[in-house]
Structures are given as structure tokens and as C-alpha cells.
Design a protein around this ligand. Structure first.
Ligand SMILES: Cc1cc2nc3c(=O)[nH]c(=O)nc-3n(C[C@H](O)[C@H](O)[C@H](O)COP(=O)(O)OP(=O)(O)OC[C@H]3O[C@@H](n4cnc5c(N)ncnc54)[C@H](O)[C@@H]3O)c2cc1C
Ligand SMILES: *[C@@H]1O[C@H](CO)[C@@H](O)[C@H](O)[C@H]1NC(C)=O
Length: 385
């Protein structure tokens, strides 16, 4: 099969790219490995997930959220929005197609993409002038190597497989990772009466979602330093009222939260109630890393030894692009993230693009989609005449 633009991945970034291309009447096809669009949201997100970012940072091109939508949407609300988006713009991805191999064919000057049809088991070959990588930053769940992990008798899950804490009631559970997923899963486990401990390796800013909203709104108008100062003032006021959390093991970085995000891509942690539970002694914080595992017993780098029944790894993801895209270096580095700095990170060589890799969530995916579609439009316009 041949088309003008081939898009790999039907998450928010791929869907938005298709919609933008359709607006320019540019033929395109989306290949998606799962049997649904937005599989991350429909299949891989835990039950209690609420969008951390305010609604205006979570919308796709040409369809803003209405005024009656709550500022912080629950997951199901956002899925309804995506359903409406796909229906309204009549997007029809080709499902059950896992892209296994892509390469730029020099003799044809075109992209050659091989996808496995997971229903028939056949390999299908696609050709296109343009290729858009939209497989997401959260490709494969990443679990770090830990000495002795194979001797652990209990359950080991990655955060992407975690749904709810019901099955862990009364058990000793360790959550590895103090980012958004780790902190929220700890909260969920504790609500389901698991004896929860969270392993926090690096200092992180913990803010309320309102503080993040304030910061993100201000960033448009004032420099990041000023934003950080203002946000840190509200944080300090909160800490003054409720007490410092560093004594519980939650250490804060020296740099402000928005500067940290800007320069390192590390988001502040948005507190969903975990901090209160830590203060109340219901969630234990362990600093550092795991030294080794022997049976049920974990030995931590700080010398602590403790027994656990289950471990949840909220240790993030690895972009999977380099596994299937042979010429990834036209647009990406070995870690599967863009090699060019923003704001032109989405554009590679040989008509290769990426959308959804700016570490800016749905808003970033939407911006990339529009930029990519506009760029393809301008290239097609110049080559035609
Ligand atoms: C738990 C969690 C909570 C989050 N909360 C927020 C939030 O509140 N706000 C926010 O803005 N962002 C949030 N994010 C970030 C979120 O991932 C992105 O905003 C959004 O889903 C990115 O869309 P995407 O299309 O780039 O990637 P994805 O949503 O990951 O979509 C990629 C698609 O590509 C498909 N695919 C992958 N590999 C292949 C292949 N080889 N062949 C074919 N198809 C393939 C996948 O099945 C998937 O459907 C969250 C992420 C996680 C993990
Ligand atoms: C994709 O696969 C699923 C399950 O294997 C099946 O139910 C669905 O009908 C398939 N969809 C398409 C479009 O082939």
C-alpha cells in the first residue's frame, strides 16, 4: 500500500497529526499496534488517574474543551473527549498493525515500512513520502537491573500494568520511584490498606496541581525565574502551615520547579494526597536505591533491610523507536528522543518527523502535530510547481 504520509501510533499525537493533515487535504494513514486508539489511556493507565494538567493544556487541535468541562479532568472524561475527536474528524487508524521495521529507500526516495498484522500474522509493506513517528515517549515500561531480583518470590509489576490496589490489601508493597506515577500509586495502595513504602532516589519538587496551573499560566508572561520564585513562595507558605516534609525523606532540589522542568525535562510531582499520608506515617519513604534482593528481603543502599510481598516499579519508560526505525538518527538520538533542540525538534531529514516527544504532554503533542502538518504542506506545495 502507498500513501503520502504514514503515521506510526494512534495516540493523541498521531490522531492530531492526522486531523491536521486532513485539514490540508493531505492523504495519510495511521498504523496502530493495539486494537484501539489512545491505547495508553484506554489500556495502560491506572483507574484513579486524573489529568494532572489543567484542561487547556490537554486539548488537541481544532477542538477546545467546553466551559462546562472541569479544569482537572478525570481520565474517563479525557477518553470521552478523544472518542468525540475521532468521531468528529472521522479518523480511521489501521489497528492491529505493529510496525517492526522502517527504512528510507534511497532508490525510490520513499519510506518503506513493514508492519505485522497481529490478527493474520502477515507482514504488510507500506510506502510513503513522509513518515511521522508518533509512538509516544512512554514506549516500553522500564525496570532497572537489580541484583537478585530473580529470587524475589512475590509479584513484580511495572506502573503501566498497575490498575488498582485492591489485590494488595494487607501486603507489604514497595513502590520504586518518587515521580508522579510512583507517588499516586503509593496513595492508591495506601487507600486499599496495603503497607506501603515508596523509594525516592532523587530530590523532587512536590506541588499542588493548582500551583502547577498557576506556574504554567504565568510562564507565558514572565521569565521562568520569576515564576519559580512566586510558586516557591506559595509552596513555602504551605510548608509553613503544614510543616516541612524533608524530615520524612522528601527532599527538594535547589533549582526551582519550572526551571528544573525547562532544563532537565523532569516534571514536578503533583500531590494527590500522598504527602498527607506520608506525614501521618501511613506511607514510609525510603531514600536512595535498592542494593540487592534476596528472597523477600530487600537491602537498600542506605543499609536498611526490609521484607516485601510485592514491588511496583514506577521507574518510567524507554522510548521504543530505535527498535523499529532503522534510520532513527535522521531525527532522534539513541535514547529515542529528538536530537534537535526545541522548537524544531520534530523535523528530521528525508521527510522524517516525530510528534509527541517534547516532554510537554498533550499540549506538546498538539503543537508538534500542527507544526509537522504545516511543514509537510509547505514541502508538497513547493515540489508540486
Ligand atoms: C500515567 C500517565 C499519566 C499521564 N498524565 C498526563 C496528563 O495528565 N497530561 C498530559 O498532558 N500528559 C500526561 N501523560 C503523558 C501522556 O503520555 C501524553 O500526554 C500522551 O498520551 C502522549 O500521546 P502520544 O500520542 O505521544 O503517545 P501515546 O499516547 O503513548 O500513543 C502512542 C501510540 O503508539 C502505539 N505504538 C507504539 N509503538 C508502535 C508500533 N511499533 N507500531 C504501531 N503502533 C505503535 C501505541 O500503542 C500507542 O497507541 C501521562 C502519561 C502517563 C504514562
Ligand atoms: C484487532 O484485534 C482484535 C483482537 O485480536 C479484534 O477483536 C479486532 O476485531 C481486530 N480489529 C481489526 C480492525 O482487525
Amino acid at each position: 500500500m502507498e500513501t503520502v504520509v504514514l503515521i506510526v501510533g494512534a495516540g493523541p499525537a498521531g490522531l492530531a497529526t492526522s486531523v491536521c493533515l486532513n485539514q490540508h487535504s493531505i492523504p495519510n494513514v495511521i498504523l496502530e499496534k493495539e486494537d484501539v486508539y489512545a491505547s495508553l489511556w484506554k489500556k495502560r493507565a491506572y483507574d484513579r488517574l486524573k489529568l494532572h494538567l489543567a484542561k487547556r493544556f490537554c486539548q488537541l487541535p481544532f477542538m477546545p474543551h467546553g466551559p462546562d468541562v472541569p479544569t482537572f479532568m478525570p481520565k474517563d472524561h479525557f477518553i470521552d473527549y478523544l472518542d468525540a475527536y475521532v468521531t468528529r474528524f472521522n479518523i480511521n487508524p489501521r489497528y492491529n498493525r505493529t510496525v517492526k521495521f522502517s527504512t528510507f529507500d534511497v532508490s525510490n526516495n520513499k519510506w518503506r515500512v513493514e508492519a505485522e498484522n497481529t490478527v493474520t500474522g502477515e507482514t504488510e509493506v507500506y510506502w510513503s513520502e513522509f513518515l511521522v513517528v508518533a509512538t509516544g515517549e512512554n514506549g516500553d515500561g522500564y525496570i532497572p537491573e537489580v541484583k537478585g531480583i530473580e529470587t524475589f518470590p512475590g509479584e513484580i509489576v511495572h506502573s503501566s500494568q498497575y490498575k488498582y490496589g485492591r489485590d494488595f490489601k494487607g501486603k507489604n508493597v514497595l513502590v520504586v520511584g518518587g515521580g508522579n506515577s510512583g507517588m499516586e500509586i503509593s496513595f492508591d495502595l495506601c487507600n486499599f490498606e496495603a503497607n506501603t513504602a515508596v523509594l525516592v532516589r532523587t530530590p523532587r519538587h512536590v506541588l499542588t496541581k493548582e500551583e502547577v496551573y498557576l506556574g504554567m499560566s504565568l510562564l507565558k508572561y514572565v521569565p521562568v525565574k520569576v515564576v519559580d520564585t512566586l510558586v516557591m513562595l506559595t509552596t513555602m507558605a504551605r510548608l509553613f502551615v503544614y510543616g516541612d516534609v524533608s524530615k520524612y525523606g522528601l527532599l527538594r532540589p535547589k533549582q526551582g520547579p519550572f526551571a528544573t522542568k525547562l532544563y532537565t525535562g523532569k516534571s514536578p510531582v503533583i500531590d494527590v494526597g500522598t504527602v498527607q499520608k506520608i506525614r501521618d506515617g501511613k506511607i514510609q519513604v525510603i531514600n536512595g536505591g535498592i542494593g540487592c534482593i534476596k528472597g523477600k528481603t530487600l537491602t537498600f543502599e542506605n543499609g536498611l533491610k526490609q521484607d516485601f510481598d510485592a514491588i511496583v516499579f514506577a521507574t518510567g519508560y524507554k522510548s521504543s523507536v530505535c527498535n523499529w526505525l532503522k534510520n532513527y538518527d535522521y531525527v532522534m538520538k539513541e535514547d529515542g528522543f529528538p536530537k534537535k533542540p526545541m522548537p524544531k525538534h520534530w523535523k528530521g531529514e528525508k521527510n522524517l518527523y516525530c510528534a509527541g516527544f517534547s516532554r510537554k504532554g498533550i499540549a506538546g503533542a498538539a503543537q508538534d502535530a500542527m507544526a509537522v502538518a504545516d511543514d509537510i504542506k509547505s514541502i508538497l506545495a513547493t515540489t508540486k510547481c
